[in-house]
Design a binder for this molecule. Structure first.
Ligand code: HPA
Length: 355
């Protein structure tokens, strides 16, 4: 197998020059660069990234830990992370912590042992052990989707989680908009099928639900709030419980795509139709949300951008380890279709900071 020395000899340059061409570490004259590339091609030289890592202490790899990878929302995040990483010459190691704090710490350690240059993590509902580990070992990390609170004794401003960069979607305003939209259509008993307790996304969407009720002049009734988790089965049970109330809701907000699927199953089980028997507005758009009948009125999260932005934040952090941590909130879009009970209409997206 050809070595770097063979390439250097064949191109008539030093090994260091071959290295600069391969790693873009210093400008190389165009003719010299071309001679090196031609020699690489001719000899069939394959760079050995393991050998390079021993010299540079960098592996040009990013560890990505995201639960529920089969959920289309997280799959799109993964696509954004993958595209951004590839663009900058990084490869990915992917792990699924299954929203389990113990498993999350285990995969965090494994990725660290593999010497990834940094990590992108969608934290679980109880990420303290992982956060402490990453902090202790100064692992450059970006949290995405779910924000991690700064430790209580941290003096940084409230939207800054100590040393960690974070990127997520707006949750409060968009959820409030779903509620005010339903209230504007005359609904007075609007239920919420919330996500996994303990996640910041769940807490913020519940806050948004309450904001929306208050803005519409409706009281908050805790009986109309039912918790699911990250899977549709729990949402099915939660929706069934709401429908069994003495005064069941006339409209539902579902707090993520898995909750929507569970809610739709529970409604079908009871032979209830949307929006005739019950209006439905969902957090999370998905590729086939406009294929269902009725077409789902939904909040679309900028999932790919969240992934791409996480890579940008991580690469910035690697380039400037001491810069202050940043928390980015990306706007969502309100996608107005018909499950809310509005008459058939061309699909309308309202971009920006919905509120
Ligand atoms: N967070 C945000 N959006 C989501 C999630 C989640 O965990 N699951 C499905 N959509």
């Amino acid at each position: 197998m050809a070595t770097m020395v063979d390439v250097a000899r064949s191109a008539g340059v030093s090994v260091a020059t071959v290295s600069h061409v391969l790693n873009d570490t210093r400008p190389v004259l165009p003719d010299t660069r071309q001679a090196v590339l031609s020699a690489i091609e001719e000899l069939g030289y394959i760079p050995n990234t393991l050998a390079r890592s021993l010299v540079t202490s960098r592996t040009r790899s990013i560890g990505l830990a995201v639960s529920a990878i089969s959920n289309p929302y997280f799959t799109e995040i993964l696509q954004g992370v993958e595209a951004g990483s590839l663009e900058h010459g990084y490869s990915l190691l992917i792990a699924d912590p299954h929203d389990d704090p113990e498993h999350e710490l285990k995969v965090g350690r494994l990725l660290h042992e593999r010497r990834v240059d940094g990590m992108i993590v969608a934290p679980s509902a109880d990420p303290d052990a992982l956060v402490a580990y990453l902090g202790r070992h100064s692992v450059p990390t970006v949290f995405l989707d779910r924000v991690v609170e700064a430790p209580a004794d941290d003096a940084s401003p409230s939207d800054q989680a100590g040393p960690f960069d974070q990127v997520c979607a707006e949750n409060i305003g968009p959820t409030a908009q779903l509620v005010t939209h339903l209230a504007g259509l005359g609904h007075r008993r609007i239920g919420l099928v919330a996500g996994l307790p303990g996640l910041s996304t769940t807490g913020e969407r519940i806050a948004g639900y309450r904001h929306g009720l208050a803005a519409a002049g409706l009281p908050y009734d805790e009986r109309l709030l039912a918790h699911g988790d990250s899977e549709s089965a729990a949402a099915e049970r939660a929706t069934a419980a709401l429908l069994s109330l003495a005064a069941p809701p006339t409209a539902l907000v579902t707090a993520n795509n898995a909750m929507t699927i569970g809610a739709l199953r529970a409604l079908r089980e009871r032979g209830l139709s949307v929006p005739g028997d019950l209006a439905l507005c969902c957090f999370d758009d998905f590729a086939w949300a406009d294929l269902f009948e009725p077409r789902l009125t939904a909040i679309a999260q900028p999932s790919r951008e969240i992934g791409a932005e996480a890579v940008r934040l991580l690469l910035d952090r690697l380039a400037a380890p001491d810069r202050p941590a940043r928390v980015l909130r990306l706007p969502c879009a309100f996608v107005h279709r018909t499950s809310c009970g509005c008459p058939d209409q061309p699909e309308k997206h309202t971009k920006g900071n919905v509120s």
